[in-house]
Design a protein around this ligand. Structure first.
Ligand SMILES: *Cc1c(COP(=O)(O)O)cnc(C)c1O
Length: 429
């Protein structure tokens, strides 16, 4: 703290903490260049890419690098057969395509990623939205069970931000009614492991993303994990027009030929990361927990899920605020201000989405209204997340983030909501 005061004594800002805010011309807390941004490339990733170049084969589902990676991920997660595909979105599409004849609807949460819901439409199915449980930030069990029935082919359970959405009642109710259970664990790679009281998720298919922003930080890549060998075979039927996976080339007469082949370069990078995955997850958890310990006393600030949970996958550190506790009206104004102020201090914060998922997809049938999903709207209005909590960033970086939070909160508690007007004024000049 003293750093800021000693450098600019002429500001004499002791009684006006807002004048020290970086947004208003003060010195930022997190120096530029201090943070290593994910995917934090290392030399071993370059070496892995070179290995692909040297192999002389840049594609192929049966490239030894791809099959080796599939095996390594299967060993790491346990329980599942693993098949690599082009993206997490492709994995969801293939899983839905496999179960689509069971019924016309797919039950899923209104708080969702557009890329997770888009494949419902590409499979010729209709999404059936339910609200989220505010404490879980995942699908509301009771609401989803109410929607299950003979017209429902699947429930798509999205695990956001690294949280684990176990929802055991929804799973068993789905089982009882012949509704397939598909888990989107694109942001929660650890949910593929035996972490649910020592068991794996009771799921028909898990869709995982290896894209550059996710834990495997590998470019463009996805995976299906399942115990169902027929679903593994279905991957090629949806994805390929022909395959020489098992040696001789065969052509699929009924192939959909989406060409969801895994990228071999991405697979090479992902394979390197699988070896460090437990360490990576532990650093992310430790960083999240360390940060939370330093900022949990700030008024009106809450984590989206428990940062001390040893099993979550903490992709980014999501928090939400209670606008009323900070003197604001409900709605996104307070959150937007805080994100603007923290960003100016150099903290890597982002607003996730601002609308329920159906408002991002123009071709959604039926008329879904945001007002019917109060928990979803509340989270979307009040949440933001801190990214760059992955290695090699460590506790020193978390301390800088926390210092910025304290600085911003101090100004906010002194000035109150009119800080929004002062901040807005910085744009008018
Ligand atoms: C990233 C993501 C996807 C899509 O994965 P891609 O590999 O980018 O296609 C789907 N669902 C969720 C929740 C995601 O975060």
């Amino acid at each position: 703290m003293s750093r800021h005061e000693s450098i600019k004594p002429e500001k004499n800002s002791g009684s006006r903490p807002e004048m020290k805010l970086a947004l208003l011309g003060g010195e930022r807390v997190v120096p530029s260049g201090r943070i290593i941004r994910w995917p934090a490339a290392q030399k071993e990733h370059l070496d892995a890419l070179r290995e692909v170049v040297d192999s002389g084969r840049y594609h192929r589902v049966n490239h030894p690098i791809v099959t080796g990676m599939e095996q390594n991920l299967a060993t790491w997660a346990g329980n599942w057969k693993v098949r690599a595909v082009g993206s997490g979105t492709a994995a969801i599409h293939i899983a839905l395509d496999y179960v689509k004849n069971r019924g016309e609807h797919v039950v899923t949460a209104a708080l969702n990623w557009p890329g997770a819901v888009g494949p419902i439409l590409s499979s010729g199915l209709r999404p059936e939205f339910v609200d989220v449980d505010i404490d879980l930030v995942g699908i509301d069990q009771a609401a989803s069970v109410e929607r299950f029935g003979a017209d429902v082919s699947a429930v798509l359970i999205t695990h956001l931000f690294g949280n684990n959405i176990s929802v055991p009642h929804a799973r068993s109710a789905a089982r009882a009614q012949g509704v397939a259970v598909i888990d989107d664990v694109c942001q929660s790679i650890g949910a593929t492991k035996a972490i649910f009281n020592g068991a794996h998720l009771d799921s028909d298919a898990l869709a995982l993303s290896g894209n550059g922003a996710k834990h495997l930080g590998a470019g463009e890549l996805g995976f299906i994990l399942t115990k169902d060998v027929d679903l593994i075979e279905h991957v090629d039927r949806v994805s390929l027009s022909s395959s020489s996976r098992n040696g001789e080339r065969i052509f699929y007469p009924h192939s959909k030929a989406y060409n969801y082949r895994p990228n071999v370069f991405s697979s090479a990078v992902a394979n390197k990361r699988i070896y460090d995955l437990d360490d990576q997850l532990q650093v992310r958890r430790d960083n999240g927990e360390t940060l939370w310990k330093m900022i949990c006393g700030l008024s009106g600030l809450r984590p989206l899920f428990n940062p001390s949970d040893d099993n979550q996958s903490m992709l980014n550190f999501p928090v939400r605020i209670e606008p009323e506790a900070l003197g604001f009206r409900s709605g996104p104004e307070a959150r937007n201000l805080l994100v603007q102020l923290l960003e100016a201090e150099g903290v890597p914060v982002s607003v996730w989405l601002t609308k329920p998922v159906f408002e991002y997809l123009p071709n959604i049938p039926d008329h879904w209204r945001a007002s019917d999903f109060p928990n979803t709207v509340k989270i979307l209005d009040t949440m933001f997340y801190v990214s760059e909590i992955a290695p090699p960033n460590g506790p020193e970086v978390m301390e800088l983030y926390a210092e910025a939070f304290h600085k911003v909160w101090e100004a906010l508690s002194t000035v109150g909501p009119k800080l929004a007007d002062i901040a807005a004024g910085t744009h008018r000049t």
